[in-house]
Design a protein around this ligand. Structure first.
Ligand code: ASP
Length: 319
């Protein structure tokens, strides 16, 4: 349902509160959140801890969405939780590059107005996803990179940390564990976010798909929201997130069909590992992956949070 903004205090749960006015909208009961914690090529010792963190994040996201929180706030909060945990390849747990230091990439996109923000090659930012949102909301830009970009996001308010904050300061951290989230809120708005330390043995200065709109992240209210994980170079070359959205938008494919074509079939043929999670405008949740497993989980207004890494659901009940 198309949202109607009414700048009066009354009538229903708020979707985004501002100082002098409250944005209200026609409220739908439907909402959904889907998260991932990376595709894996072998079982990981972190499985239990990661799944517990994801379950906790989904529980909190579900009650926030039920109370009228925006999809944008909810995906940022979920990804920030994963970054802070130190258990994923993002934020505190980001892996080091071949020079032995961390360079993080992150993005966020608001499907309401197609705004996006991203950061890449950040070496001392506590929460790259928060920095990405600052770029989106407090600057006229989309993507800030490297030392000079880092100085800029700090001037916008991004929190800085010393290199000792990061768990992995040698290039031998976990091989996978990029994180992401996509959500539909009760206003009918969609948002998505992705955050990573990149791929193992990445060259210093290498940037993957995670901060690239249309590759590792995409959100548009008329289609859905998506976050990717896997071999970033492939996701950039194939514009995977945007291609899945275009298949749905222009070819009328379901989210499951579009992900089957781009992830299962295309990546499968290329013998590449990767995954995509998504939520569509009707509140359906879908994940697809090629690999040994995908840390994933979802919750909707109808379904309590579920998390899985190997066997387990890849989609919510259709509606
Ligand atoms: N896509 C990320 C990158 O290439 C890595 C991953 O998802 O494992 O930087």
């Amino acid at each position: 349902m198309r949202s109607l903004m009414i700048f009066l205090v009354a009538l229903g749960p708020a979707c985004g509160a501002h100082a002098a006015s409250v944005e209200l909208c026609h409220v739908q009961s439907r909402f959904a959140i889907v998260v991932h914690g990376g595709v894996i090529s072998q079982s990981s010792a972190e499985e239990k801890a990661r799944l517990e963190i994801m379950k906790g994040a989904l529980d909190r996201a579900r009650s926030a969405l039920r109370s009228g929180a925006t999809a944008l706030d909810v995906v940022e909060t979920a990804v920030k939780t994963f970054e802070d945990s130190g258990k994923f390849n993002a934020g505190k747990g980001a892996i080091a590059n071949t020079s032995g230091f961390v360079e993080t990439d992150a993005s966020i996109m608001d499907g309401k107005d197609m705004r996006a923000g991203a950061v890449a090659s950040m070496t001392g930012i506590k929460n790259p996803v928060v920095a990405a949102r600052l770029v989106m909301e407090k600057s006229p830009h989309v993507l800030m990179v490297g030392d000079r970009g880092e100085a800029y996001v700090r001037s916008l308010g991004a929190e800085a940390v010393n290199p000792s904050y990061f768990v992995h300061n040698k290039p031998d951290g976990p091989t996978h564990g990029t994180v992401g989230a996509a959500a539909l809120d009760r206003c009918g708005h969609i948002a998505a976010a992705t955050s990573t330390g990149g791929i193992t043995a990445k060259a210093t200065g290498r940037v993957g798909d995670s901060p690239i709109v249309g590759a590792g992240v995409y959100a548009a209210d008329d289609v859905g929201g998506f976050s990717a994980t896997g071999h970033g170079e492939i996701f950039i070359r194939l514009s995977i997130a945007k291609d899945v959205a275009d298949r749905m938008r222009y070819a009328g494919q379901s989210m499951a069909q579009a992900m089957q074509a781009d992830i299962t079939d295309k990546l499968g043929e290329m013998k590449e590992e990767g995954a995509l999670i998504g939520v569509d405008k009707n509140g359906n949740v879908q994940a697809a992956y090629v690999g040994e497993g995908l840390f994933r989980g979802f919750a909707t207004d109808e379904e309590a949070p579920v998390v899985a890494v190997h066997e387990g659901p890849l989609a919510s009940r259709p509606r």
